[in-house]
Ligand binder design. Structure first.
Ligand code: CA
Length: 535
């Protein structure tokens, strides 16, 4: 149900605060009219949570949704940790960040120093900024005011011990330890402590709470497993890759990382094993839901709910056996759709939801806009504050996600979601040639079981959608909304750090040269290779 929020109330309160701040605290340099921001980021949580109609028990996330507005069509720009976070933390799209996986040299050496991140923007606006847990992927933000990064291991200690002693690398674990043994509890506890210790008279806070579960391995204490009867856990639909979709629509990477039932992507899991893995993911999700609850409890206890915007999001979705696939890095609906909730007591009416299409890249401008700060012109998202004020407002015509494939990203899928369709175009990244198309119509096939692009009667529709997609994201903005950003196209991702070793090796094998020569020479060499190929 969509209802109109208490707009007048918001305006009244904003005006009242403006009057108070004009008359009062100008000399301190702190503006007490500005709201706090609590930005909660979950790792690998899809929309199978209860408040999105799914089977995962998520009472605290549900409660947050019931207290504000729930976005039923929110999408990330690239469905993998590093690329998605690089995008929404900077407010830039993947073509401008140059990040695939992990963070690229271009991003770290040029984009971050030039533009910074949402946290740095709020820090520069006088906010007390602290980041907790997993915010970026693979780096700690170097700004010394952003701390502490919570100590606590990714898994619980007993699981680490099992791995270290040569035990199987299972993708799941039922633990008999308490919540407090997990990193996510320690992160929640740090955030809660910081909220309760905050002195609002010293200025607003911008706290980022980055949780690590339900990301693999799907681990949780026993009590979260006990919330489910495994025999009642639904099986994935559709069980097989959509009829007519290319096999690289899913990449099966995750089946090679752990000791699953089968490492053969062509062999689906048995029903028994599929239910076990889903059970583990549900338990791990319910566990992180409880940690989110600790943070929300602290906010309530602090008495700061009316002064604090809460934004909850996951960094991307996750397929749980749909399309015969278990993992991320795919452009199906459940891979790119994320839970997105915004709550602000007495400013946003409780219990609203919207079907407006929004993108994770919109989060940066939205939070800045809601806080009453100036939205930087270089951002490649647009504030969706108008949708929060009017959930039925006609909004974006389409939203975009992308996912490269291969160690040197020789092909890439670019996907557009409209109100009714998903259109995905797979291109050869050297030539730009379209090598495959996918089309799903959610009015007739909500689970994406048939790729309608294979039917000739859809040729006209495919042409229209392809034209729309290739006209670019600015053409998909709502009527009357503009974006004047003009950022340079990033060079192809040249991977940084130990995690990028294999990718860098593949690059040098394909394009020649040595790793020591530096990323700029390597990316320039690849681009010249591409232009040669085009001739
Ligand atoms: Ca992730």
């Amino acid at each position: 149900m969509e209802r109109i929020p208490k707009l007048n109330n918001w305006i009244f309160i904003t005006l009242a605060f403006a009057l108070i701040s004009c008359g009062g605290n100008g000399s301190s340099g702190k503006d007490n009219s500005q709201p706090n921001v609590l930005f909660i980021i979950i790792d690998d949580m899809n929309v199978d949570v209860n408040c999105y109609g799914g089977p995962i028990k998520s009472p605290h996330i549900d409660q947050l949704a019931a207290s504000g507005i729930k976005f039923n069509h929110a999408y990330v720009q690239q469905p993998v940790c590093a690329a998605s976070r690089a995008s929404f933390l900077t407010g830039l799209r993947p073509n401008s960040t140059g990040v695939d996986y992990p963070y690229s040299h271009y991003f770290l050496d040029e984009v971050m120093p030039k533009h910074g991140t949402i946290s740095r923007y709020f820090a520069g606006s006088g906010y007390d900024v602290k980041q907790f847990g997993k915010v970026h992927h693979g780096i700690e933000d170097e700004n010394p005011t952003f701390k502490p990064k919570s100590k606590g291991r990714y898994y619980n200690d007993s699981i680490n011990l099992s791995f270290e002693n040569g035990g199987p690398k299972l993708p799941y674990e039922k633990s008999y330890d308490g919540d407090s043994e997990y990193a996510d509890f320690k992160i929640a506890d740090s955030v809660a402590t910081a909220i309760l210790a905050h002195d609002q008279s010293s200025g607003p806070f911008f706290f980022v709470a980055g949780f690590k579960k339900p990301h693999l391995i799907f681990a949780a204490p026993e009590k979260y497993w006990d919330m489910y009867d495994r025999t009642e856990i639904p099986l994935p639909v559709p069980r097989n890759l959509a009829e007519g979709s290319p096999e690289y629509a899913v990449d099966q990477y995750y089946l090679n990382q752990y000791d699953w039932e089968t490492k053969d992507p062509q062999t689906p899991f048995t029903d028994v094993y599929a239910r076990l893995i889903r059970h583990a993911y549900y338990a791990s999700s319910s566990f992180v839901d409880a940690q989110v609850g600790l943070v929300l409890d602290a906010l309530r206890e602090s008495g700061l709910e009316e002064e604090t915007i809460v934004l909850f999001v996951s960094d991307h979705g996750f397929l749980m056996g749909e399309q015969n696939y278990w993992g991320k890095t795919n452009l199906f609906e459940k891979g790119v759709q994320v839970p997105l909730i915004v709550s602000w007591k007495d400013h946003i009416e409780a219990g609203m939801e919207t079907k407006a299409l929004v993108e994770a890249v919109d989060i940066f401008p939205t939070l800045v806009d809601m806080a009453g700060l100036e939205v930087p012109g270089y951002l490649e998202g647009n504030s969706f504050k108008p949708v929060i004020e009017e959930p039925s407002l006609p909004w974006k015509k389409g939203v975009l996600s992308q996912q490269p494939r291969g160690m040197v990203a020789d092909r890439e899928g670019i996907s557009m979601r409209t109100d009714r369709y998903r259109y995905t175009e797979w291109i050869n990244t050297f030539t730009g040639e379209i090598i495959a198309q996918e089309l799903f119509d959610y009015e007739v096939d909500p689970t994406e079981s048939v790729n309608l692009a294979i039917y000739s009667e859809n040729a006209k529709l495919l042409h229209e959608l392809s034209t729309q997609l290739n006209t670019g994201w600015k053409s998909l903005l709502p009527e009357g909304v503009t974006n004047h950003s003009t950022n340079p196209l990033a060079p192809p991702s040249y991977a940084w750090g130990g995690e990028g070793k294999g990718r860098r090796a593949a690059w040098h094998k394909t394009f020649g040269g040595y790793e020591e020569e530096g990323w700029r020479e390597a990316t320039e060499r690849r681009m010249s290779y591409q232009s040669t190929y085009e001739k």
